[in-house]
Design a protein around this ligand. Structure first.
Ligand code: MV4
Length: 447
């Protein structure tokens, strides 16, 4: 087992990794930018190294600074968390070349899933269902026009280097396709320095359901059930839960097997997530694979009673996965508490937290790095923490969530707590009647 893990991240996920390392008897090294010198991950780690100025490019994305910190502290592994360098194949490669274990997949696996056209071709070869569309990249506007006639409108144009919605265009008819093709290409080139575009049939009002997987260095892969992440706003997830209210036992087995096929087809090592679109008839289609731990991993941890960070570390150290699949025994819901104003288009609201009261009690988990007097810096994401509730049934998990949200006091910054309270009171949410379009029509009631 590793003796010392360096955590190349900040905020709640840095703290989350430190907690598991402590339980495993592994020493920890925190990294921090000058904006984060008073952060809890710095206080709770065994050692901490300042790696630069506040801007991410000068600190949490600065590979030479991070590698220097790993060398001077003699760390034998690096945990990348999520975001920042977690899916950067070059960083992963540099860690390996420096004799430091990257806790995650190999650079080849990251690259294979990072290019969406390659990933889709890999899935077709593995027998995983994908959205019908055109194989490979679009060569020209004419190619796009001819293809759309075959696929059938509506179609969606996506950037091969994309993910998370950037460079995407829905096209409803032939009149729109030329403009959509041009803007998608321009946006992709600007965002990813790669203007490759591909086409799929547009799936209307889909649910976003993802399957957690874990694979080891010996080719074994298991699944750890699903998370429903359909409650999103502009491709930012706000609420996740497990099990999905839309799930059936048959669908879970089918999606679980597909997810295992997907991960096994690249001999996946580490924990990962296969994202699927699920239509109203419960047809499911591979969308993307995330080769990292995700923000919403906690709901899975709670419904199967399983530490996913510990699993990541064990897999990286050469342990085998258990060789069985895991099914939800409880219901868990996670609300992302962001420093954003839900009454004002979710505008970021960084600043000092003057008063803080964190909820507790039966069935409540809070993963957060903030404390009273902490200042949320403007340089990074606006997440204050995650509130997770766990109960026997979905209805009880919603009731516990409403109760916990009503206890949560955060003053000094605006937060998404009022949004979550209103969501928990929404009848469509309560009945599980929602898809990825749900928040487009959700209106905050004024206070
Ligand atoms: C789609 C789709 C409908 N049909 N693909 C959004 C982000 C990127 N990962 C893929 N996305 C979508 N791909 C086809 N063929 C609808 C979306 C989509 C979406 C997906 C998941 C969660 C929220 C979403 C919001 C808008 C669009």
């Amino acid at each position: 087992m590793f003796k010392k893990i360096l955590i190349a991240n900040r905020g709640e996920i840095a703290l989350r990794v430190i907690r598991t390392c402590k339980e495993m008897g592994i020493k920890t090294v925190a990294l921090y930018s000058t904006a984060d010198k008073d952060s809890l991950h710095v206080r709770f780690a065994d050692e901490a190294v300042c790696i630069g100025k506040p801007a991410s490019v000068d600190s949490y994305l600065n590979i030479p600074h991070i590698m220097a910190a790993a060398e001077i502290t003699n760390a034998d592994a690096i945990h990348p968390g999520y975001g920042f360098l977690a899916e950067n194949a070059r960083f992963c490669q540099i860690c390996t070349e420096s004799g430091i274990k990257f806790i995650g997949p190999t650079p080849e696996m990251i690259t294979a899933m990072g290019d969406k056209v390659t990933a889709k071709q890999t899935m077709i070869a593995a027998g995983v269902p994908v959205v019908p569309g055109v194989d490979g990249l679009l060569e020209s506007v004419e190619h796009a026009k001819e293809s759309a006639k075959i696929v059938g409108y509506p179609v969606i144009l996506k950037a091969t280097a994309g993910g998370g919605g950037k460079g995407m265009r829905v096209v409803w008819n032939e009149e729109e396709i030329e403009k959509a093709y041009d803007t998608a290409k321009t946006e992709a080139a600007a965002s990813f320095k790669n203007d490759g575009i591909y086409m799929e049939k547009f799936v209307e009002e889909p649910r976003h359901i993802e399957i957690q997987v874990a694979g080891d260095q010996f080719g074994n892969v298991c699944h750890l059930s699903e998370r429903d992440c359909s409650i999103q706003r502009r491709h930012q997830k706000l609420v996740e839960e497990s099990p999905s209210p839309f799930m059936t036992d048959d669908l879970r087995h089918a999606m679980g097997e597909a997810a295992i096929k997907a991960a096994a087809s690249i001999n996946y090592e580490g924990v990962g997530t296969i994202e699927f679109l699920v239509d109203k008839h419960r047809n499911f289609y591979f969308m993307e694979m995330n080769t990292r731990i995700q923000v919403e991993h906690c709901v899975t941890e709670e419904v199967i009673n399983f530490d996913l960070i510990k699993e990541q570390i064990k897999i990286a150290a050469g342990h085998k996965v258990s060789g069985r699949n895991y099914f939800p025994q409880m219901h868990a819901i996670e609300c992302r508490i962001n420093a954003e104003d839900p009454y004002n288009d979710f505008r970021p609201s960084p600043g000092k937290i003057t008063v803080l009261h964190t909820p507790g009690g039966h069935g409540v988990r809070v993963d957060s790095h903030v404390y009273a007097g902490y200042t949320i810096p403007p340089y990074y994401d606006s997440m204050i923490g995650k509130l997770i509730t766990i109960a026997q049934t979905r209805e009880e998990a919603i009731n516990t969530m409403h109760r916990a949200l009503s206890e949560y006091v955060i003053e000094g910054v605006k937060t998404t707590i009022p949004f979550h309270l209103q969501l928990m009171e929404n009848e469509d949410f309560q009945s599980g009647n929602f898809n990825t379009k749900f928040l487009e029509s959700f209106q905050m009631k004024k206070i």
